[in-house]
Ligand binder design. Sequence first.
Ligand SMILES: CC(C)(COP(=O)(O)OP(=O)(O)OC[C@H]1O[C@@H](n2cnc3c(N)ncnc32)[C@H](O)[C@@H]1OP(=O)(O)O)[C@@H](O)C(=O)NCCC(=O)NCCS
Length: 142
Amino acid sequence: MPLEIRPFQEADEADVIALWHLCELTRPWNDPHKDIQRKLTEHRELFLVGLTDGKLVATVMAGYEGHRGSINYLAVDPNFRQQNFGRQLMKVAEDLLRALGCPKINLQVRPTNQAIIEFYSRLGYDTYESLNFSKRLEHDDK
Ligand SMILES: CC(C)(COP(=O)(O)OP(=O)(O)OC[C@H]1O[C@@H](n2cnc3c(N)ncnc32)[C@H](O)[C@@H]1OP(=O)(O)O)[C@@H](O)C(=O)NCCC(=O)NCCS
């Protein structure tokens, strides 16, 4: 089945959040509505959705801050996996980042998520040792 890939539109929001829940990408401390609103102010053209037969089945939220690209919220509906949809979506995201002049993509995955580790390895991503630091500047759950 072909996958139509296009930038996110506001009317997609409910379907996108339902997909993130289905793919267990939501976390209590991240409000998905707020995550979407924030993304719409920063390279919104890098927030992509994939549709097949009119149904929203995939998302990826890429980013670029002038040094490195990022990938978040990569999701393919469990009923539509292993059909190259994830690979196709990542190809479009990488092409958009490359067109912006982005030289390298860094992304984080949970070390327990063996499937995603295998997926990114297949797409040519290498792992490297690093410690990830983070600091909350805004609390979604308050
Ligand atoms: C990871 C995910 C996006 C893959 O989507 P997908 O459409 O099934 O992947 P594709 O069909 O494009 O697969 C691309 C390659 O990865 C491999 N692959 C995909 N899922 C795999 C799995 N679970 N185990 C092993 N290999 C896998 C495929 O075999 C394929 O390899 P090949 O092209 O060399 O033959 C999907 O499983 C998903 O949404 N997972 C849950 C959400 C998630 O964990 N997101 C990442 C958050 S960091």
